[in-house]
Design a protein around this ligand. Structure first.
Ligand SMILES: Nc1ncnc2c1ncn2[C@@H]1O[C@H](COP(=O)(O)OP(=O)(O)OP(=O)(O)O)[C@@H](O)[C@H]1O
Ligand SMILES: [Mg+2]
Length: 271
């Protein structure tokens, strides 16, 4: 089990020419006759946030499912640390340090925060292997505060936390259990401004600590606040692939909105 301190960190500004943690080369995916993805090229580097944007049905979830080991690509290559491989299961992806936090967080609402943090991977002690509740409480508290989250009470049921806090607990948990790459599927979609801010701060902290983050979102403002690199999907194709320096928020928003389509719609509605 690796914690933040033990993790080999690769934080050269901009990621340099270092081997990406994950690389997709000409990746495509078909579901029967449906082409969900076509010729996708992507690099996820340590200490960088890759923003993946796209409208409904653009292929965002399909893309993360391939990286998370839930689905396999129909074409192209998936490289992890420069090595081409195929994941047979999410467990294999996890063993390479690739953790996915899905939008519908699998938490047990009535259980305390610390129980959820260790769910399925409980600490035990003594010859009878009884649950080490105090150890788990203390670790949960220290792991959360390491990333700047101060919860008044880790004994509170996780269901009593705000949406933003729950997202942060899920991310802290992934990090504690050895993630190097965090794939976050629309972590801010259901959140208001303040709650989103909490999650965005957290994403930024994870990046500063050298994690590779894949941040899926509909929201160009959120992507632009923390992203180093942006990929825009449109009906399974990569419409944009650029760095922060290469694009303004206005351009990103315009591209995301479909550019000409949005202008035409504005024209139509304002007539
Ligand atoms: N298991 C599946 N079987 C068949 N078609 C699928 C499957 N999963 C996704 N698709 C199709 O692939 C395309 C891309 O879907 P995907 O869920 O990846 O999009 P998305 O960008 O995540 O959309 P959303 O914003 O709505 O979550 C869609 O046309 C979708 O209907
Ligand atoms: Mg989706």
């Amino acid at each position: 089990m690796s914690t933040i301190e033990q993790m080999p960190v690769d934080t050269e500004p901009g990621g340099g020419d270092k081997i990406p943690l994950i690389e997709l080369k000409h990746v495509g995916k078909q579901y029967g006759n449906i082409i969900a993805l076509q010729d996708i090229n992507l690099r996820v580097k340590a200490g960088e946030v890759t923003g993946v944007l796209g409208d409904n049905g653009a292929g965002k979830s399909t893309l993360i499912k391939i990286m998370a080991g839930l689905h396999q690509q129909s074409e192209g290559e998936l490289l992890v640390d420069g090595e081409a491989l195929t994941f047979g299961s999410p467990k294999e992806a996890l063993s390479k340090g690739i953790a996915t936090v899905y939008q519908d967080l699998a938490v047990v609402s009535l259980m305390p925060v610390w129980r959820n943090f260790f769910l399925g991977q409980e600490l035990r002690k003594g010859p009878l292997k009884t649950l080490d509740a105090n150890g788990m409480r203390a670790t949960t508290m220290s792991e959360l505060s390491k990333m700047g989250i101060e919860l008044p009470d880790v004994d509170a049921p996780i269901g009593s936390l705000s949406g933003g806090q729950r997202q942060c607990v899920a991310i802290a948990r992934a990090i504690f259990f050895g993630a190097r790459v965090l794939i976050l599927d629309e972590p801010t979609a259901a959140l208001g401004v303040k709650q989103s801010g909490m999650v965005l701060r957290y994403i930024s902290a994870a990046k500063e600590q050298g994690f590779g983050v894949v941040f899926i979102t509909h929201n160009p403002h959120h992507a632009y606040m923390v992203g180093d690199h942006f990929v825009l999907l449109n009906r399974g194709r990569q419409k944009l692939d650029c760095t922060y320096d290469e694009i303004s928020l206005e351009e990103l928003t315009q591209q995301m909105a479909g550019g000409d389509e949005l202008e035409a719609l504005t024209h139509e509605l304002r007539r």
